[in-house]
Design a protein around this ligand. Sequence first.
Ligand SMILES: *Cc1c(COP(=O)(O)O)cnc(C)c1O
Length: 362
Amino acid sequence: MRVINFNAGPAGLPQPALERAREELLDFQGTGMSIMEHSHRGKDYEAVHDEAISLLTGLLGIPATHQVLFLQGGASQQFAQIPMNFLTPEKSADFLMTGVWSEKALDEAKYYGKPRIAATTVMADKRYTRVPKQAELQLDPKAAYVHMTTNNTIYGTQWHTFPEVGGVPLVADMSSDILWKPIDVSRFAFIYAGAQKNIGPSGIVLVVVDKEFMAKGSQNIPKIFRYSTYAENNSLYNTPPTFSIYLCRNVLAWIKSVGGLTQLEKWNREKGETLYAAIDRHPDFYRAPVEKESRSYMNVVFRLPSEALEDTFVAEAKKAGMVGLKGHRSAGGIRVSLYNAVSVENVKTLVSFMDQFVKTRG
Ligand SMILES: *Cc1c(COP(=O)(O)O)cnc(C)c1O
């Protein structure tokens, strides 16, 4: 029996996407072999690859100015690869600091250029409980780009209005909230997202890049690290993680089949509101540290009156068939990840467990 999976990443995948993979595992569309065993240069794999790109283009409304790339190395590799391509020792980039992942991105940029903190909401105890307001941004109009993290997986904060950054290219790590709702892709010069949260399994990073911005990338770095290399070869410069891309295709096809991002946004808002309402119903028992305007719809974090109660909460939830509720090791507490594969029903099950937990332990 499958559990209700609230893991932060790798996260649960939509069951229909997995069932399709099971159906096709040994014999992909009558070819007598698994898609994993196909050449990445063959027409069977290429059709899957192109379908993944076209599904994504349709779902996100990606304009012709932008190109989809599939890369490896995780979102963490992008922290280094972006400055490697777009910074030089004299060039600066502005960073909007909202959590652990923005800190890591900033640190890697120091190897190539001069990253600058244009806003931060870090507190004395090193935590973050909100994202900056527009008026708090101190942007440099000459920056090569502005880097932001749209959703902070660990602290449970999310940008609900993307910042205005003038004419400077906006680069966004959307690892934990891509595809949660429709967005205007044209506002971004560069979007990246590790697949294992809201797109598919680990092993693949999705990039959506403005072609003009990409053209400014350095030619003095190894080919394998240049975005243009992947763009010129439809992400088939070398062997991509074919099975990961195949599974992403299955997830994207599922998203389309249920009504696309408009439908997902409705479900995601209902999920978030249902869960935050449960927390707010018992303010003496469940404490949500994040300021209301910055609350994330993807990763909901809260505390219980003691760590011992938090451990009991996690253990009893597990007995009730719900896993993945323990907060990130650096933040503690409880974290509920509500990615697209989590249903409204799943959240209702958790909420009745939470109401009951207060009754018996509160
Ligand atoms: C998980 C995560 C990462 C790191 O992803 P890897 O693929 O493990 O490198 C980076 N940024 C954000 C926002 C994340 O949630």
